[in-house]
Design a protein around this ligand. Structure first.
Ligand code: 6GU
Length: 231
């Protein structure tokens, strides 16, 4: 898979792309990432990429021409713009992106990009959530990591992908490892019992209870505890 990242801060990605499973996926050739810096496509001695908003107001807007020069030749790839005004990123977004041959991730900066870029050169707008960051670089590194671990051969044991939180819309159950007694805090007896039927039952109940407690919004209406504040 190839991911093209459009950013005025390509150096931001040095460490996230260098370490852990993402670093290995790139070294193994399972994932290729390239960068396009709008500043390299800007005119004039100052190579300006942002300008004051029409109509006035605070902040700056990313100018259309440098972005168009990058994004027009990338037509045919799936072009994603990161903006707090986008649709919230979920696991199903990442599942969809992981199926693509070539993904283009556009990191908005300043107050955003000129809307004509979004209208004509962007397939989808995505947000990390309901809070404000300085730009889309964090979101792009989230998507790269979330997609990379879904690519064939990147995660050693694919069943760890199948059972995790947000598959089947339940949070993961708590996990324990040695020692069985840590400072007097004991791991649940059932996990040491060797009874795989009881263990599976316990884990399933933990997933449901946790989800009901912490994320009732993930449950169907009939599974939600009464008074959870969800409609
Ligand atoms: Cl994708 N960009 C910015 N600037 N802020 C955000 C965001 C993205 N997602 C949440 N907040």
């Amino acid at each position: 898979m190839r991911i093209s990242v459009v950013t005025v801060f390509p150096e931001y990605f040095d460490s996230p792309l260098g370490v852990s499973l993402v670093g290995r996926a790139i070294a193994d050739g399972r994932l290729e990432v390239d960068f396009h810096d709008p500043r390299d496509h800007a005119n004039g001695v100052h190579r300006q990429v942002d300008d004051a908003p029409f109509g006035g107001g605070p902040g700056m807007v990313m100018m259309p021409e440098p972005l168009a020069r990058i994004l027009e030749p990338l037509e045919g790839t799936h072009r994603v713009l990161f903006t707090p005004a986008g649709a919230p990123l979920t696991q199903s977004t990442l599942d969809r992106f992981a199926e693509m041959d070539h993904l283009t991730l556009v990191c908005g900066r300043y107050e955003g990009v000129d809307e004509r870029i979004a209208d004509h050169f962007i397939d989808e707008e995505v947000s990390l959530g309901d809070y404000v960051l300085l730009g889309g670089e964090v979101a792009a590194s989230v998507v790269i990591e979330g997609v990379a671990r879904l690519l064939p051969g990147v995660v050693g044991n694919p069943s760890s992908i199948e059972s995790e939180s947000f598959r089947g819309n339940l949070l993961e159950e708590p996990q324990y490892t040695r020692p069985a007694d840590f400072r007097g805090w004991k791991a649940p007896e059932v996990l040491l019992s060797g009874d795989h039927g009881r263990i599976a039952e316990w884990r399933e109940r933990q997933r449901r209870e946790r989800t009901a407690q912490r994320r009732p919004d993930l449950l169907d209406d009939d599974e939600r505890p009464v008074g959870s504040g969800c409609v």
